[in-house]
Design a protein around this ligand. Structure first.
Ligand SMILES: Cc1ncc(COP(=O)(O)O)c(C=O)c1O
Length: 493
């Protein structure tokens, strides 16, 4: 039984009224039960306490309660007290609800233009809250290989320590974590920053949203890779930006196309390490031209480096932030791929002259990310576990990618073309010309195979569709079985 004490002191009582006080109390409590203000199972204070609080005689309260008890609205439990009955008949509850008003329906308060735009911005909101990911849902790391015991030990150690910071914390994040991240991005990604420039966020998504709100005005033009990440597109739409889709070639985003389509754009939003979703790596030359354009146009570059830790073939190129000498790049990283997405921790590295605005925007949003998780993560990185885990996952993912490519070669010939990728956690499977990826994804879903269609990521339609196939979260057996099912379903299309 829940022991929430019901707020009976709110029952209106009038000593001057004709109706006796015990009857007024009876009716007030009955009404509160029927309209749901006193929920089933809620605890009722004792007659002694209530008599004192309502300044009534105990006898008056006992009379009212006796009647409520006799009619089944409240019940006494031995040695526990008195509670609102759990079995007040539904018919009574329904009868007590106000009847709908006659006439035209009341006018609803209108949404803002931003509210309407956000609702139609195309970000995914259908992720299930329970259940495991099935092959080949993209974007999920190997959750079965996450060192849960170690994480539990570090968490317990933090909870036991006397100096665990449980009060409000710096909106930019837990200082030791910011320091660990500044060191990590310098060593692993060639970034140049101090801990002051690092702001902890709840995943890349919050960084994209903050950057769009802090750096753009409604109507500003923004170059966006096409096809590109729906999370970035939605954040830009939410800020009222005018999105200019920019095509890709083998070197990544086409700066030439951008300069022709919108030379004065205020921002370019890119995934240079591993273009999402096509997987292209932006060449060194293209990185330079993009930076040079940003200087000429006085524009920002939003660099989303979401899965750069997983590179298999060659050494990663330095991030754009590390090449930027003009304070134009806002660099975004996340722990969703290296650790697990539900952690909701990421970071944004911002030029020094805008740190104050980002800190303020972060505080307006939700003050800061949960400090205990940040502290555990700081320990996880600082004690070397992060580096070890990423190295282990890199070779695991390489094997899993190979398994998918091999199984694809053996079973999917002519149905879908899956080539290897030098980075990331998913592959692009190109469908034959004329086969719709939405239809294919639906047919696969009916067989228990999860994929993402590429076409919703496009702004300008193209003549060939594809499916995004995640492999990192699934072992060899699951991959083989998934490919078998996929072959059968695609054959039936
Ligand atoms: C391009 C891109 N950026 C960022 C993310 C990660 O988002 P978050 O850090 O909010 O989990 C993803 C996840 O799939 C992604 O594909």
């Amino acid at each position: 039984m829940p022991s929430r004490t019901a707020p009976l002191t709110l029952v209106p009582l009038d000593p001057e009224a004709e109706l006796p006080l015990h009857r007024q109390l009876y009716e007030g409590v009955r009404e509160a039960i029927l309209n749901g203000r006193l929920p089933p199972g809620g605890r009722i204070p004792s007659t002694r306490v209530l008599a004192r609080e309502l300044r009534l005689s105990r006898n008056t309260v006992a009379l009212a309660f006796g009647q409520l008890h006799a009619e089944g609205y409240i019940e006494g439990l031995p040695r526990s007290g008195t509670f609102v009955s759990r079995t007040v008949p539904d018919a009574l509850l329904r009868a007590a609800r106000p009847t709908p008003r006659a006439g035209p329906p009341p006018r609803r308060a209108a949404l803002s233009a931003r509210g309407i735009a956000l609702a139609g911005a195309g970000i995914r909101t259908d992720e299930p809250s329970t259940g495991l990911a099935k092959p080949f849902r993209p974007g999920v790391p190997a959750l079965d290989a996450f060192p849960r015991r170690l994480w539990t030990r570090l968490t317990n150690r933090r909870w036991r320590s006397a100096d665990l910071p449980l009060a409000y914390n710096d909106p930019a994040g837990f200082r030791p974590l910011r320091e660990a991240i500044a060191a990590h991005v310098a060593a692993a990604r060639g970034a140049h920053c101090t801990a002051e420039q690092v702001i902890i966020v709840s995943g890349s998504q919050q960084a994209l949203d903050l950057a769009a709100r802090v750096l753009l005005d409604p109507g500003d033009a923004v170059w966006l890779e096409d096809p590109g990440y729906l999370g970035a597109r939605a954040a830009l739409i939410g800020a009222g930006a005018r999105i200019v889709p920019i095509s890709l070639d083998r070197e990544g985003l086409s700066v030439a196309h951008g300069e022709q389509a919108s030379p004065e754009a205020r921002m370019a939003c890119v995934t240079p390490s591993h273009q999402y979703p096509t997987g292209v790596t932006m060449s060194a030359g293209r990185r330079l031209s993009l930076l040079q354009w940003a200087v000429r146009a006085d524009a920002w570059i939003l660099e989303d480096d979401y899965d750069s830790d997983f590179r298999y073939a060659s050494r990663p190129l330095a991030c754009l932030q590390g090449m930027d000498t003009d304070g134009r790049v806002v660099y975004i990283g996340t722990f969703s791929k290296t650790l697990f997405p539900a952690l909701r921790l990421g970071y944004v590295v911002v030029p020094s002259h805008v740190t104050d605005s980002f800190r303020a925007a972060r505080a307006v949003c939700d003050r800061h990310s949960p400090t205990v998780d940040q502290a555990v993560l700081a320990d996880f990185i600082g004690e070397g576990h992060f580096g070890r885990h990423v190295r282990r996952m890199r070779s695991l993912y390489e094997e899993r990618q190979e398994a998918l490519v091999e199984a694809g070669r053996a079973m999917l010939d002519g149905l879908i073309e899956i080539g290897p990728a030098e980075a990331g956690l998913h592959l692009v499977g190109w469908l034959p010309h004329g086969v719709s990826d939405r239809r294919a994804a639906m047919a696969l879903n009916a067989e228990g195979i999860e994929t993402l269609a590429l076409s919703p990521h496009r702004i300008v339609p193209a003549d060939r569709d594809a499916l995004l196939l995640g492999y990192a979260a699934y072992d060899r057996r699951a991959i083989r079985r998934g490919v078998e099912k996929m072959a059968a379903a695609l054959r039936r299309l």
